[in-house]
Write a protein that binds this ligand. Structure first.
Ligand code: ADP
Length: 433
């Protein structure tokens, strides 16, 4: 582009030159008048093009851009090129955005974009259907006003979104959703919502099937165990070999009985997704029973110390809590050699009540710890079988924890022992008066 300063300089030089010629032919006054006149025409032409530019800027359009003259011709040409470039990238952006929106609408999961204040910026059609959002009305509304579930508000405020949240629709309780918050950009969030009603239904069919089969197996098993026990009391009627077979049958049917009982218990806990009741549990009484059961399991072959360090009660469902505690103590006993020691503790840390079982047993390899609460998972199936395990104990513990919003912490060292800790939330704490 021509430099505007040079352009002005040459024009002024030319006008001055012409004025000098006029001065030569006429007088200084005429030359001055001529100079002023030329300068005014020059200025007026600039004012005119500024006016045209201003007018065009108010309603910019490629087809109406002025042609300009002199330096302005070039200015308008540049403006034309830049405007065309900008229009092209804008249309490319609009196309990409359109494609993205179409793709987001095609996703069967609900997607809601939230701003820094957790207000709705945008959402797709599936989310409108699932969560009852109406984008045209609810835009800029805080999401917590639309999803008025306490669980969701706690999840939103927690700022920890590693796990998803299961939510039962408040409009239609037969529908349930899985909600995941994904932070992005500067404190913005994407809320991803999935209808899991069908998955839940399949799970419930599976659970019912297991519960029904276990229930049906229970009666014949009780009869078999009963007869086997009667036969085993008649030791003198059998020779040694037959009697040993009888003992093996009794052992295996006992195992089967335990398995059926654990399966029934697990499916009953699992089928109840609602939080457990908040009834005050007398820990002193619970620990007395726990001690009795522990001695029975151990056969007094271990040193078992039970200690209630804080006189606090738990708010929960006693039957399930007892079952989880017994499972942990039973594991500690079964995976600790005779003569080993087991500490069972009830205490509180940072207003969180906790139950802990420490043993001096065989321990667990660090990398296997995350799998322990899986159904039927055993580190070594032979080791589990020998100790009379079913592989369901820690699964039961996990589900009891879920129902009580408790966390389970496992630490262990092979050959040294393990610690299993159930940490309850503050809401489940009851301080004794
Ligand atoms: P099981 O009925 O086989 O004991 P669980 O679900 O209770 O099943 O435990 C799963 C596995 O975790 C067990 O098979 C065992 O290998 C391991 N385990 C559980 N508790 C302990 C413990 N206190 N010490 C060592 N290993 C343990």
């Amino acid at each position: 582009m021509q430099d505007i300063r040079w352009n002005t300089f040459w024009v002024l030089l030319f006008i001055s030159f012409l004025s000098l010629i006029v001065w030569g032919f006429k007088s200084l006054e005429v030359a001055s008048l001529f100079f002023i006149l030329c300068l005014s025409i020059y200025l007026l032409s600039h004012v005119y093009w500024i006016y045209r530019l201003n007018k065009w800027l108010k309603n910019p359009n490629l087809s109406t851009i002025p042609d300009g003259s002199g330096i302005w011709e070039e200015i308008f040409a540049i403006l034309y090129r830049e405007y065309r470039k900008q229009k092209r990238s804008k249309s490319e952006l609009t196309t990409t955005l359109g494609r993205f929106m179409t793709a987001a609408e095609a996703i069967p999961d609900g997607i809601v974009a939230l701003n820094q204040n957790n207000e709705i910026e945008w959402c797709n059609k599936p989310s409108e259907k699932m969560l009852g959002i109406n984008l045209s009305k609810d835009i800029n509304q805080p999401i917590k006003y639309l999803l008025r579930e306490t669980n969701f508000t706690e999840y939103l405020n927690s700022n920890i979104y590693n796990d998803s949240l299961k939510l039962i629709s408040w409009r239609n309780t037969s529908r349930s959703f899985e909600i995941l918050l994904v932070p992005f950009g500067a404190s913005q969030k994407l809320l991803i919502c999935r209808d899991i009603a069908q998955i839940e239904k399949n799970d419930s069919i599976k659970r019912d099937f297991i519960a029904n089969v276990s229930h049906e197996l229970k009666t014949p098993l009780t009869v078999i165990v009963g007869f086997l026990e009667t036969l085993s009391d008649m030791k003198n009627e059998f020779n040694e070999k037959t009697y040993s077979y009888l003992q093996m049958m009794l052992e295996q049917s006992d195992r089967m009985n335990k398995l059926v009982e654990d399966l029934l218990q697990l499916s009953s806990i699992e089928s109840n997704a609602a939080p457990a009741e908040k009834k005050e549990i007398d820990m002193l009484h619970l620990f007395k029973n726990l001690k009795k059961d522990s001695d029975l399991i151990s056969g007094k072959l271990h040193t078992i110390n039970m200690s209630i360090k804080k006189n606090i009660s738990l708010l929960g469902y006693e039957k399930e809590i007892y079952s989880a505690f017994v499972n942990l103590v039973s594991n500690a006993i079964r995976y600790t050699e005779k003569g080993g020691s087991i500490n069972v503790i009830w205490d509180m840390k940072n207003q969180n009540p906790y139950f802990e079982v420490q043993d001096s047993g065989i321990g667990i390899d660090q990398k296997l710890i995350p799998r322990l609460t899986e159904r039927f998972y055993r580190i070594n199936s032979d080791r589990g079988r020998n100790t009379g395990g079913t592989g369901l104990g820690l699964s039961i513990v996990k589900h009891v924890c879920i129902r009580h919003q408790a966390q389970i912490e496992i630490t262990s060292q092979v050959g040294k022992g393990s610690q299993f800790k159930i940490i309850f939330p503050q809401e489940r704490l009851s301080l004794k008066k």
